[in-house]
Design a protein around this ligand. Sequence first.
Ligand SMILES: *Cc1c(COP(=O)(O)O)cnc(C)c1O
Length: 452
Amino acid sequence: MSRRSSKIQAQTSRGSHPDSSLERRLIAEHWGVEGGVLCIEGCPLPDLMTQFGSPLYVYSAKTMRQQLKLLRDHIGHEFDVYFSVKANPNPAVLEVFCDEGSGLEIASAGEYIRAVRAGVSTDRILFAGPGKTDEELCYVIERGVGEIHVESFDEIARLDRISRRLKKEVAVSARVNPDISVQGGAMRMGGGATPFGFDESILDEAISQFGSARFLSLKGLHIFSGTQILKVETLLDQWNYGVSLARRLLEGGVPIETLDLGGGLGIPYFRNDQPLDLRSLASGARVLLERMREDPYLKSLKLVIEPGRFLAGPSGLFATRVTTVKASRGENFTVTDGGMHHHLAASGNLGQVIKRDYPVIVANRLNEVCDTEQKIVGPLCTPLDTYGRKTVLPSPQVGDMIAILQSGAYGLSSSPVGFLSHPMPAEVLVDGTDVRLIRPRGTFEQPISPLP
Ligand SMILES: *Cc1c(COP(=O)(O)O)cnc(C)c1O
């Protein structure tokens, strides 16, 4: 074997797609391959790109339902699931979850409108967020909302004022920023300074303020401080801590009915990520539920979780076409028509500390050998617009279709779509044989397309 080919071998075995186990596993789990071409519920991606243009977001309704079922099968139906709308606010996506009985967690009046449009009843909507405006609070209170998660003294005062003026009773819960950082887990889950919720040390004071607001009725406690958690023990520590806090309140005579444990369940994005171990999450949840059942204070406490990423992330891909192939100082560059203005998270610029590549495949050449190291970049005039750093894929050709997997959450709506005035990608939902355009593509004249 020549030195060159042995180098290629090495790159292939530790490189990306389809020789890397993450891409292979994801394709097997959520997608499909027919004649070397990626399929979504049996529908070939190239057909969708011809019909709806490039770049393009494609979601599989089947995978959304599967993720929800997977979660419920493991942690049990005692946990009431609310999908976190900011992960993917397209009403057609929300509808898939609502049809399965999920509620919706929102963070703005705009998300409220999308939630209602998806057909959810307003009492299945939770409203969280540290910067709700009076206008937003009035908007949702007038129309009805399940619970508002209150995050500051200022917000209590404003809600008090608004609810008196509207003469409407408002169900609220107190979001708490816990005093601890998790023992044994790698991730610090609280105890720091944040704009979210009441520090645990002032929670009692907050509760007494709720008590003096005539139209506010305190229904619950909300605890959530981390996202993309792949370690079960970190999640369970947070859940158990939340239950202990709720118990302290109940024992002290605060009649809360619900405990919202937040979202944060992670999915694998990078080569060494291990998926959340749902079996140990299940046994941890069982222990927790048993503890609650045996405790007179906790017996009738209702549990809520509000995952976004876990439910929607695996169901979506971002597809983009190769427009240019070039070399510079010994490096291969593959330029695509989609970039970080359509998918900021995949470029590593959505708050990631270390930039690592999302799972990337050449969707029309899945049978070919991955032997060419390349940088995959979008069309923006900035080096930030890179989503494959040392990616090993088949030698690129103009017209190839690149797909970024795990893109169903924090994709299009978390991206700076106005940057460079390129047409915004269409969004398509595949549900069995039904292929539905759920947001049209933008145009040169009107780059940002409205939701239908
Ligand atoms: C963003 C958010 C979620 C969802 O988080 P994931 O990590 O996507 O599960 C849930 N609750 C609140 C209050 C949030 O802000």
